[in-house]
Structures are given as structure tokens and as C-alpha cells.
Write a protein that binds this ligand. Sequence first.
Ligand SMILES: NC(=O)c1ccc[n+]([C@@H]2O[C@H](COP(=O)([O-])OP(=O)(O)OC[C@H]3O[C@@H](n4cnc5c(N)ncnc54)[C@H](O)[C@@H]3O)[C@@H](O)[C@H]2O)c1
Length: 326
Amino acid sequence: MKKFRFVLVGSGNVASTYIKAVSNVPELEIVGVVSRSGKSPAGGEDLPVYTELEAVDIEFDAVILATPNGCHHDGCMSAAALGKHVFTEKTLALTREDMDEMIRVCKEKSLQLGVAFQRRTAPDNIIVRNMIAKGELGRVVGCELTVNFWRPQSYYDNSNYRGNLKLDGGGPFVQQASHNIDLYVWFFGLPEELHAFTGTFLHKMEGEDYGAAICRHRDGMIGTIIASTASKPGFDAVMTIHTEKGTLVLEGDRITSWQIEDMPNPSAEPAKELHSGAATNAVTSTIGHEILLKDFAEKCINGGKLIVSGEDARAASELILRIYGK
Ligand SMILES: NC(=O)c1ccc[n+]([C@@H]2O[C@H](COP(=O)([O-])OP(=O)(O)OC[C@H]3O[C@@H](n4cnc5c(N)ncnc54)[C@H](O)[C@@H]3O)[C@@H](O)[C@H]2O)c1
């Protein structure tokens, strides 16, 4: 059977996650790496390395963009110009204009644009999302999302871009909490009104290391979103949802409290844990990436809607841009 072939762009932390994830899916393979420095990602030392995508002289079907947030737009444009499908790491891009161009160009060229918001593959997140969408929990009153992570100063210092505005796009709202903000907009949609405060307290960096947003939705629901990399020693992300039928808590992608009247806890008891991210950026489980990549390859071949498309991922960035007052 012919495998679906990826070229991996980037050779850092998350690039090695892709080496591992793809090796676990028999239908997929990585055939080459693009790295400006000529460096191989951990685990991918045998792959041919190119310094730019245009120089790749082997056949491939799609790129995986494992470069900083501010590089995703250019990487997508280069791949689309070569007629290749694009699977990009989150966040999609750092401006509305860049995101819209990525979505438009891929659509015009009939290319798939997938985004690695892997928390949408976690069974308990899917269950809660479907119950809200079907109205099974009644009216949603409010949601408190807290992403209280910790990163030492060395996390920012050991990189030429982490926490900066041009390439990372800011601090924990755009970087660590973007996954949870993606779940928030997937569950509840974008708010009508938003007020936010951000500050930089414990780190030397351009972006924020702590902030809070309060949102009001069209139906009156009130949401609060906290994002932090200044919360020692780092805690799992928690989403508490208050509804007409009762309250539930999602913690690290699992339902950890189910106080909903007359309904048994529907928790799927996920087979494998997703990565928590509370105190490290190393992706410890690749199961979410594997599900998204397999879905992406199938839809590139046969067409159809991706689990997380560019349009889907744009909503989280839209909310984050509003939090940043942009
Ligand atoms: N889905 C997840 O759970 C998850 C986890 C971690 C990171 N990420 C995302 O993956 C992407 C990469 O993150 P990472 O942790 O692998 O970063 P990293 O710094 O470890 O690696 C970035 C790679 O991009 C390359 N690069 C290309 N252009 C660059 C430039 N102009 N400046 C700096 N580096 C450049 C670097 O050489 C390096 O190979 C980011 O978009 C991040 O948001 C996602």
C-alpha cells in the first residue's frame, strides 16, 4: 500500500513529536525534513534534510509545519505554491489577514489545511461538546477556564523567539492556552463582548505571563478565561461549566466532576492520556496528533471535512486577538 508522504518543516521540540506520531500510524510516513540550520529532529536523524521547501527533490503529498507561530503563514504559502496540502501546528497564524489568506489560498487550490488542536480528539471533550450542541444540559450559565501553567525563565531564554510578539505572538494566551481556548470556542462559539487584562509579572519577555478575560455571549452566558505561565508549580487546565442541569468539570481533558441531575457520568475513560502541558512543553502523548494526521491524510485523498480545519482553528485565534486588544 502506498503511504501518505509528509515533509516536516522545523526540527525542534514538536518536530520530534511528529516523528514519533507518524511512526505509530502505518498509513503515513515522513520522507524529508526542512530545517534552516540543517539540523535533524530527534528521532529523524536518517531523513534527508533540506534548508528550504523549494529545494525538496523527492515526491511528497503534504507538509507539516512545526515552526514558530509567526512562520506558519509563510510555510503555508510556500507549500500551497507547490500544490501541497498543509497540516500546521497551532496557532494557525498571528494576524487575521494571514489566517484569511491561508484559508483562501488553500481553498482556491483545493488543498486541505489542517491544524493541530489535538484536544478536540479527546473522548470526554467530544462528549461534552456534543451534549452542549444538542442542548442536553439545558441553558449554559457560565464557564470558568483556568490555564495556570508554569514556565521557568529558561524556557523563554533558551529560544530566540519564545514569548516575543513577532514569532510567538505573545505569552500563554496565544501559546499554551490556545488549545483550551480552542475548546472554549468549539463548545460555546465566540462571545459578543469581551474585556481583558494582561500583565508581565515573573518573567523577562515581551508578551504577558498572566492575564484574565471575561466574556459575554449572545445568549447571556458569561465566560472567564485565565491564562498563565506564572503559576508555580503549574496546574492542569480546568474548565468548569455551569448549566441548567448542573455543573461539570473538565480537567486535563477528562471529566473529573459530574454534578448533572438525572444523568450518569458519560466519561469515556480515555484509553491514553493527552499531554497536560502544566509544567513542560514536551508533548508526552502523541495520540491526539496521530488521530488528526490520519484524518488529514484520508481527507486529502478522499476529500471531506477535517476534524480541525483552518476555519475551525481561526476562531481560537480570533478570540486571542480580541483578548490582546487587536
Ligand atoms: N500541539 C501541541 O501540543 C504543541 C506543543 C508544542 C508546540 N506546539 C507548536 O509547535 C510550533 C513549534 O514549537 P516548538 O516547541 O517545536 O518550537 P522549537 O523552538 O522547539 O522549534 C521550532 C523550529 O522552527 C525552526 N524555525 C524556523 N524558522 C524560525 C524562526 N524564524 N525563528 C525560530 N525558529 C525557526 C527552528 O529552527 C526549529 O526547528 C509552534 O507553533 C508551537 O505553538 C504545539
